[in-house]
Design a binder for this molecule. Structure first.
Ligand SMILES: Cc1cc2nc3c(=O)[nH]c(=O)nc-3n(C[C@H](O)[C@H](O)[C@H](O)COP(=O)(O)O)c2cc1C
Length: 357
């Protein structure tokens, strides 16, 4: 499926080295103010930074093709498009026969035959997230009108871990540095971790944490469309994501109930919890606390270091050294994609929950 969502439906189209990538967002209520400058700002946050991102230099100008007139949504599907300009497909021909370890070349070929478009990773490329981020900016506007804020930041790059519990406001501060760390000191150490991997012709993974505050109690559609389930599905659609955990996540397995249970308290007349090991979700339903989740992102598959692969025609083992332009670390550029994905899912759940007509 290239479509996700129930009442607010997102379809992505295009490919990394095709003419464009884009998004169709259906279900945006009519009359909503759409700030295209804001959409562009979000997309710009995803652009690579010199040294720690791919040298592929895309302008990433968002064009609105339908669904917005005089700064407001018309109720028709909103189509957003970003033209691909800086494509160099010369390095990708070989991967049809010698698939990149860790990338989707082999599985794409087995599913779609040799007609599959592997140029720049085709539809499996991180490039698709430019359209996700553009559509997510509109979902963010819809949420912000209702006091909901979605903010993500880089929590870990390789061995450099941010050990502090962060607020949504601290996550927003990460917009001031290119690795999207919560503090300048962490940003320096994380940048160095990426540069060290890159110098070795290698790559490094990371963790992105997302905090959503202002959500009402009661969102989520049990049994199967729980808030965790819907968010996790979206997060696993972001290329390179290998794990998602909510609240204390996997740490919960080593805790006792007396530690993990969040005591209920009254704050300004509202039922809240004294801490948030549940990550803002109980029974698949939001409990009025911030929804907090973390996304584990693998080290980039395409590395310059020699790797073992197979020549599929001859069946011979062969060494692959990947040329071309790649991100030595995906995590910083995935931060806007995580925010966008979360915003789209939560906006859909808000509409489904009847909070918006
Ligand atoms: C923003 C972003 C940028 C990415 N850049 C690269 C890249 O330069 N090289 C690469 O091999 N993979 C990159 N990826 C990840 C691949 O697209 C992904 O690993 C691949 O499609 C296989 O999918 P999987 O890792 O989810 O199994 C990027 C992902 C994102 C979200």
């Amino acid at each position: 499926m290239n479509t996700i969502g129930s009442e607010l439906r997102l379809t992505l189209f295009g490919a990394s080295h095709g003419p464009c990538v884009g998004a169709v967002l259906d279900g945006v209520p009519p009359g909503m103010a759409i700030d295209i400058g804001r959409v562009q700002n979000e997309v710009d946050l995803r652009r690579p930074s010199p040294g720690i991102g791919t040298p592929r230099a895309e302008v990433d100008k968002v064009e609105v093709v339908s669904g917005v007139m005089e700064g407001r949504s018309t109720g028709a599907p909103i189509t957003l498009m970003v033209v691909n300009r800086d494509t160099d497909s010369s390095k990708y021909e070989r991967f049809k026969n010698v698939p990149r370890p860790g990338h989707a070349d082999l599985t794409a070929r087995s599913k779609y035959s040799e007609c599959t478009d592997l140029r720049g990773g085709g539809q499996f490329s991180g490039r698709m997230t430019v359209a996700l981020v553009a559509a997510g900016a509109i979902a963010k506007m819809l949420l912000e009108e209702r006091g909901v804020r979605v903010s993500a930041y880089t929590r870990q790059i390789g061995k450099v871990v941010d050990e502090e519990e962060r607020s949504a406001s601290e996550a927003v501060l990460s917009r001031s540095n290119e690795v999207r760390a919560a503090t300048p000191e962490l940003a320096d150490r994380m940048r160095q971790e990426i540069l060290d991997a890159s110098k070795d012709g290698d790559s490094v993974g990371g963790v992105v944490e997302c905090i959503v505050d202002g959500l009402p109690m009661g969102l989520g559609e049990p049994f199967f469309d729980t808030v965790e389930g819907e968010l996790a599905k979206m997060m696993f659609s972001v290329p390179g994501v290998k794990g998602v955990e909510f609240g204390s996540g996997f740490r919960a397995a080593s805790m006792r109930g007396s530690q993990h249970n969040d005591p209920f308290v009254l704050v300004d007349g509202k039922v809240r919890t004294a801490k948030n090991d549940a990550g803002g979700i109980l029974g698949g339903i939001t409990n009025g606390m911030p929804v907090v989740f973390r996304v584990a992102i693998k080290p980039t598959a395409s590395i310059a270091k020699g790797q073992r692969s197979l020549d599929l025609e001859s069946g011979q083992q062969t060494e692959l050294k990947i040329e071309g332009r790649h991100d030595p670390c995906i995590a910083p550029r995935a931060v806007p994609a995580v925010e966008a994905g979360a915003a789209l899912i939560l906006a859909d759940l808000i509409i489904r929950g009847g909070v918006i007509d």
